[in-house]
Design a protein around this ligand. Structure first.
Ligand code: GUN
Length: 292
């Protein structure tokens, strides 16, 4: 069994991006600039956004954090999105989700100029991914593809089971794994809450990508000997012995599953750090107009 070290790969990629940025600056170019809008004080969102701002610093990007209280109106938020769309200094921006109930997330996502949508959530980017055109790729699936690439994990002709059908992870992940490319060229099955025999589907899989948000859902008896396991789960489970009061729990019963695998990602330190690095990559692509 080989542990996939997302933290180490992410650190390497951040250095690669920083070197690229310095080259751009040396040639008289502009420093990439990412903006993030954070509404309210959700603990998870606060952490994610703080990590994104820190990653910008590590990559040599400029970052702008725009904060609002929970009571911001949809109109006010739409006006800010419009302002960022038209700010030529901002190369890309994100609106951290979830948003308060009174704001329509889809409306906000669609208001973002798809050429600045470094999250890859806009229907134009999601649609272009589905038909294999260049686009901003959703960060978590793109980070997973990078891990598969850097660990030379064979995907061509392999049976890949994706657990979860979210717009952010499951659907784009399935698209990327079935794409005519390497990594890719896999035979993909997407499982969800109405799948009849998830355990049976998993037992057939060469690669399992678990993105359900259900702690320890994937058990050892659901995994084929030699399978590749990618764990996207990051549920916060209360834990009094931890300084933060919780620990992150993956969708995979790591302790019992790991001995059966050829490769497995840990939680934390697997997929998580790659997600942020993918956002940095998209921002660099936006700043250098490599997609649009
Ligand atoms: N909430 C959880 N993950 C994400 C993400 O990747 N981007 C945004 N904007 N919000 C999120």
């Amino acid at each position: 069994m080989e542990l996939i070290d997302g933290k180490a790969i992410a650190a390497t990629i951040k250095k690669e991006i920083a070197a690229e940025v310095e080259k751009i600056i040396a040639q008289g170019g502009k420093r990439p600039h990412l903006a993030a809008i954070l509404v309210g004080h959700d603990g998870g969102s606060e952490t994610y956004v703080a990590n994104k701002v820190r990653a910008c610093e590590e990559c040599g990007f400029t970052s702008t954090l725009i904060r609002y209280e929970d009571d911001i109106t949809e109109e006010q938020l739409l006006a800010k999105v419009d302002e960022l769309n038209n700010d030529s200094d901002i190369d890309g921006f994100i609106v951290q989700l979830p948003l308060p109930k009174h704001i329509d997330e889809q409306k906000i996502t669609e208001a973002i100029d798809y050429r600045k949508d470094v999250d890859g959530f806009h229907p134009v980017n999601a649609g272009r991914l589905a038909i294999g055109l260049p686009c901003f790729l959703s960060a978590t699936p793109n980070g997973i593809m990078e891990l598969l690439r850097r660990y030379n994990i064979e995907t061509k002709g392999k049976k890949c089971v994706v657990l979860g059908r979210s717009n952010i992870v499951g659907k784009p992940m399935a698209s990327l794994m079935m794409q005519k490319q390497i990594p890719g060229d896999a035979t993909v099955t997407v499982c969800h809450s109405h799948t009849q025999d998830i355990a049976g589907e998993c037992r057939n899989a060469d690669i399992i990508i678990a993105a359900l948000g259900q702690p320890h859902f994937v058990k050892a008896d659901m995994v084929k000997e030699g399978a590749v396991i990618i764990d996207v789960g990051t549920t916060r489970v209360p834990n009094a012995t931890r300084k933060q009061g919780f620990r992150l729990c993956g969708d995979v019963d790591f302790e019992n599953v790991a001995p059966k695998c050829s490769f497995i990602t840990p939680v934390p330190g697997g997929v998580g750090p790659m997600t942020i690095v993918s956002l940095m990559k998209n921002t660099l692509l936006a700043a250098t107009h490599q997609i649009y």
